[in-house]
Design a protein around this ligand. Structure first.
Ligand SMILES: [Fe+2]
Ligand SMILES: [Fe+2]
Length: 266
């Protein structure tokens, strides 16, 4: 099983760019081309939140057009820049086969063959930070008890502090400890796949791997422990590939752009 993860596209309406001149639609187009060029091709695509920048219907319509060439089942996650209702409506028929969809949160389960994907919704409307309330955690507990396949959990806000203070201040501020307890009690959880921080970051969480995927657009500047400046950078954009291979999840970060292709060893 090969799952691609793209996070934080921040697509804006046609003819616009983000503040600072970041042309997110053009960068999304480059990402789609890079995904289509992959051999082997992924079998599904996880979109781990902040799919658009301001959450309006024109942005979601634009996102749909940009993603249209991708032939795989799409699994969207709500981020703080998304509008949950508009996101659900925009993806409707385009969402991969799923079950157990919560009526008022974008939480659902998906069958990835040997793996199960459980998508969590950490959105607090109109706020940048994330939360998992008792209902959303109870849903996860039920899903973890009903099937014994290895599990991937997807959520936008990383449930751990990254060391980048201004992002940690808008991290998963409610429910992270309870989530870690649940993960610890269910060792079949292989990984928690997150977005929000626009960099490749990994740690251990409840005995599983927790990781953040870089953005195909702008990256968050590496300001560790306050020894740098807050802001974004135009470091190489990227996405991740998660390969279920030899009973393990192996994750690769792939930079987007023309780097000259593969050259033979001398
Ligand atoms: Fe983002
Ligand atoms: Fe975010």
């Amino acid at each position: 099983m090969l799952l691609a993860q793209v996070s934080d596209l921040h697509v804006c309406a046609p003819g616009r760019t983000l503040g600072g001149g970041v042309d997110t639609p053009a960068m999304a187009r480059a990402c789609v081309q890079a995904l289509l060029a992959l051999r082997p091709a992924p079998q599904a695509l996880l979109l781990s939140g902040d799919l658009v920048d301001a959450g309006g219907p024109a942005e979601y319509a634009h996102l749909q057009r940009l993603l249209q060439p991708l032939p795989w089942p799409l699994y969207p996650v709500a981020g703080n820049h998304d509008e949950r209702g508009a996101l659900r409506e925009a993806f409707g028929a385009r969402m991969g086969p799923h079950s157990a969809l919560m009526p008022d949160f974008l939480q659902y389960a998906a069958d990835l063959g040997p793996l199960r994907l459980l998508v969590l919704d950490t959105v607090v409307p109109q706020r940048p930070h994330g939360a998992l309330c008792a209902r959303r955690l109870a849903w996860l507990g039920e899903r973890l008890r009903e099937d014994d396949r290895p599990v991937l959990i997807a959520l936008h806000h990383p449930p751990f502090a990254t060391g980048i203070a201004h992002m940690d201040a808008m991290g998963l501020l409610e429910g992270a400890e309870a989530l870690e307890d649940l993960v610890r009690r269910h060792p079949r959880v292989q990984a928690l796949l997150c977005g929000h921080v626009h960099r490749s970051i990994q740690t251990r969480f409840g005995g599983a791997v927790a990781s953040v995927c870089p953005s195909p657009a702008h990256q968050i500047a590496l300001n560790l422990l306050g020894q740098g400046e807050d802001g974004f950078t135009l470091e190489p954009p990227g996405f991740q590939l998660h390969l279920w291979h030899a009973q393990r999840l192996v994750s690769h970060t792939v930079p987007i752009g023309d780097h000259g292709g593969t050259r033979p060893f001398a």
